[in-house]
Design a binder for this molecule. Structure first.
Ligand SMILES: Cc1cc2nc3c(=O)[nH]c(=O)nc-3n(C[C@H](O)[C@H](O)[C@H](O)COP(=O)(O)OP(=O)(O)OC[C@H]3O[C@@H](n4cnc5c(N)ncnc54)[C@H](O)[C@@H]3O)c2cc1C
Length: 414
């Protein structure tokens, strides 16, 4: 493309994929959404349906991930979460663990573990990424789960309690972030694969949630969990080098502990923020569309409620915010694919704005549906409950603002 050209059009391949996912979202996910929300269980049959058509597979995500425009993943996320967010998260939750391996693992580790995260259509599996702990949510540096190297056996021994893990305890493969050097804050963390059926890993409490109830969220307890040396993502040599550099900086009073070297969990979150923003765009769009249709057909005072500016202007604002959120998500996704650095925290901007948009647009949609909007007969109350997580997980809105403000100012704002 010449330098002067600029386009936001999807190409024919992208449109074809988008329409295919949209079909699955409309025909398979939407009709099942209310049921799985009430059941508060992982919708295994729907994941299996997705696997059968190739939508739940490493190949599919790899293809979208390597789309040179960067729009493959956000487009897929938006359509799936337009279908339903709880089921959507059950379908894409494995991706967070896969990104953890892709961001920090060797080629061999990627080849060995990522396929086991998905299983196959006849025996689908899921994976979990376990970073958060009861006392280490936004403050990742407060993490306590320890990984100690047993040199004689070339094994790592993991102990601690993880919380809020999507697919925690039901996953085939768990990716666990743990402290290997407690002097170095978050620079002393490393990520480990816990292979299927490893003794010592168990599920703690399963949370009963406000929204995304078709997605399983639970504590993961690690008691003397022994994993082979090759389960350290990136390998021991790379870890030792990274720790030595961080120690040098810390001793020199430099940027060692609070500095620029990314830790393992942060690398995962940074890569996934625009994709999470795209999920929020999908929920917001679904709520906006539902409200638009309702406003055109609901008659009060002898005319459709959309004839009132008070309603029509809300819809105008909703649609404007949805489109603005998508543009921020697409910009960050394009930048990532083009190898541009997020010098102004563009990934965080996209997640912040899209998450807040989903929350406000779904609330407006409930208002437009009146009493019906408040019932489970209509989908917008579920969308509103689902949207609320988007200002909390993968970095709360406050943490996104902190990242953006620090990046823009260069000041270590607290
Ligand atoms: C449904 C669900 C699924 C999740 N899935 C996963 C998962 O798969 N893997 C995983 O590792 N984690 C997961 N999480 C955890 C999630 O990322 C954390 O909940 C999130 O990072 C916030 O941490 P916290 O809940 O401990 O809140 P806290 O960090 O305790 O924050 C509480 C409040 O204080 C605010 N706050 C904290 N620090 C500051 C500050 N410096 N400045 C301003 N405000 C601040 C926060 O913004 C928030 O409003 C999940 C959470 C949920 C609810």
């Amino acid at each position: 493309m010449a330098d002067t050209e600029f386009a936001l059009d999807l190409n024919d391949d992208q449109k074809e994929v988008r329409d295919w996912i949209h079909g699955f979202a409309a025909d398979v996910m939407r009709p099942a959404a209310a049921e799985w929300d009430e059941r508060e269980e992982t919708p295994w049959p729907i994941i299996q349906e997705a696997a059968k058509i190739g939508l739940y597979s490493l190949d599919f995500y790899a293809q979208q991930f390597f789309d040179p425009t960067g729009l493959g993943i956000p487009m897929a996320m938006e359509e799936l979460f337009w279908g339903d967010a709880g089921i959507g998260l059950s379908i894409v939750g494995t991706g967070l663990a896969a990104v953890g391996v892709l961001a920090n693992g060797t080629e061999e580790q990627i080849g060995t573990w990522v396929p086991q995260m998905y299983g196959d259509a006849s025996d689908v599996k899921v994976a979990a990424f376990c970073s958060s702990e009861p006392d280490a949510g936004s403050d990742v540096s407060a993490m306590r789960t320890r990984a100690v190297y047993d040199e004689a056996k070339d094994e790592w021994v993991l102990n601690g309690t993880k919380t809020w893990a999507t697919n925690g305890g039901i996953a085939n493969v768990h990716v666990v972030v743990a402290v290997v050097d407690s002097e170095l804050g978050s620079k002393g963390h490393a990520s480990f694969i816990v292979p299927p059926n490893t003794p010592g890993l168990s599920q703690g409490q399963k949370f009963k949630k406000h929204g995304i109830r078709a997605s399983h969220t639970a504590e993961v307890v690690l008691e003397d969990v022994r994993v082979p040396g090759h389960c350290l993502l990136g390998g021991k040599e790379k870890l030792d080098e990274r720790l030595a550099r961080a120690r040098e900086r810390a001793e020199a009073g430099g940027v060692g502990v609070q500095g620029r070297v990314k830790n393992a969990a942060m690398a995962t979150f940074e890569a996934s923020r625009p994709a999470v923003g795209a999920q929020a765009v999908g929920i917001a769009r679904a709520a906006y569309e539902t409200a638009l249709e309702y406003a055109k057909t609901r008659v009060q005072f002898g005319r459709p409620i959309i004839d009132n500016q008070g309603v029509a202007f809300q819809l105008a604002d909703m649609r404007t915010r949805v489109d603005a959120a998508r543009l921020l998500v697409w910009r960050a996704s394009w930048m990532a694919a083009a190898g541009r650095r997020f010098d102004s925290a563009e990934g965080s901007m996209s997640k912040l704005f899209a998450g807040e948009t989903a929350k406000s647009v779904t609330a407006q949609a409930m208002q437009i549906l009146g009493g019906n909007g408040y019932t489970r007969e209509y989908p917008v109350e579920r969308m509103h409950r689902d949207a609320a997580i988007y200002t909390i997980f993968e970095g709360t809105s406050e943490i996104q603002r902190l990242v953006i403000a620090r990046t823009l100012s260069g000041v270590p704002i607290r």
